[in-house]
Design a protein around this ligand. Structure first.
Ligand code: OAD
Length: 288
């Protein structure tokens, strides 16, 4: 993809924010780090915090096949990624602001913390591409429950079992003491998307239409390393400008404008420059 010659500067970014009407926003873990939630791949990130597990690849904690054979690995670390209290960052407010001004086509988030909802982004504008902790499903009988039902177990690093399948298990054992029942029989899995699992249906339902409707793409706080979300930037029509807001440059993508820095600061700067009608509810302005 060739860069668009006419958009390159921060002034161009401001102009685009003023004029665009259907903005597609892609977000990742970097939009929540200012709240004390680690991202995945930074030096202080979640994957580096898993070194004690001695895995060849820390992403294995989200491997579906591994979970289905032995859920204990996931449940030994799941407490570390439980969603926090109802808090959100200035960057979340910035996306809400785009929505309030009628400019947000859709926010495709890879985050499972659900903080976009707390910030007021409506469910019709939000695609949680990697699911969330809001619900959990039994891997055996597919019984679905509210996620918070198993939060205490997760905090205690215990494996949560489905009550229906526990009954079945007890019945089977009563009938035949020797019967083999797998460790993972009747285990609840939070409805977050593991590697090896398809993305939620809403992602596939919406993305093609949104790709052709959007008039600006903004990617914020994501390393764009995980497909298919990472592929969105390549699929947007070439005439649609693309803006990056990220702490680190993303070398494998070709953005028209890169605004490098802490995303809260970048959003506060933009809102400040845009002036009236662009007030961020909890603005934290630093010079960038
Ligand atoms: P990564 O950890 O891969 O990338 C986070 C990006 O945000 C990095 O490029 C950081 O430089 C940047 N960043 C961190 N703090 C920032 C800040 N305050 N302001 C601006 N930028 C900041 O996280 P994701 O791209 O979200 O999947 O990771 C994608 C997926 O990989 C996750 O959804 C997760 C993981 O495996 C699943 O859990 C299935």
């Amino acid at each position: 993809r060739n860069r668009l010659d006419e958009v390159q500067t921060i002034e161009d970014a401001l102009k685009l924010l003023k004029t665009s009407k259907k903005i597609l926003v892609i977000t990742g873990a970097g939009i929540s780090t200012s709240l004390g939630i680690p991202d995945f791949r930074s030096s202080q990130g979640f994957y580096n915090q898993l070194q004690h597990l001695g895995l060849s690849d820390p992403q294995e904690v989200f491997d579906l096949q591994l979970f289905l054979t032995d859920p204990s690995l996931f449940y030994s670390i799941a407490y570390m990624i439980l969603p926090p209290e109802e808090i959100y960052s200035p960057l979340h407010s910035f996306i809400k602001l785009l929505q309030s001004r009628g400019k947000l086509l859709r926010n495709y988030t890879q985050n499972i913390d659900n903080l976009e909802s707390y910030a007021g982004i409506s469910s019709s504008k939000l695609i949680q591409c990697h699911g969330s902790f809001a619900t959990a499903t039994c891997i055996t009988c597919k019984y679905q429950i509210k996620g918070e039902v198993i939060f205490d177990k997760i905090r205690n690093k215990e494996i949560p079992y489905c009550p229906k399948c526990t009954k079945t298990r007890n019945q089977l054992l009563r009938d035949d003491e020797e019967v083999y029942i797998a460790e993972s029989f009747g285990v609840f899995k939070p409805d977050i998307t593991f590697f090896g699992e398809p993305l939620p249906k809403t992602f596939h339902d919406m993305i093609n239409e949104d790709l052709h409707e959007c008039d600006l793409l903004i990617s914020i706080g994501t390393s764009l390393k995980v497909a298919p979300v990472a592929d969105i930037v390549d699929k947007v029509p070439p005439e649609v400008p693309q803006i990056l807001i990220n702490k680190d440059p993303i070398d494998h993508c070709n953005f028209d404008i890169s605004l490098l820095g802490y995303c809260d600061d970048v959003a506060s700067y933009l809102a400040n420059e845009l002036g009236e009608g662009w007030d961020l509810p909890h603005e934290k302005f630093n010079e960038i």
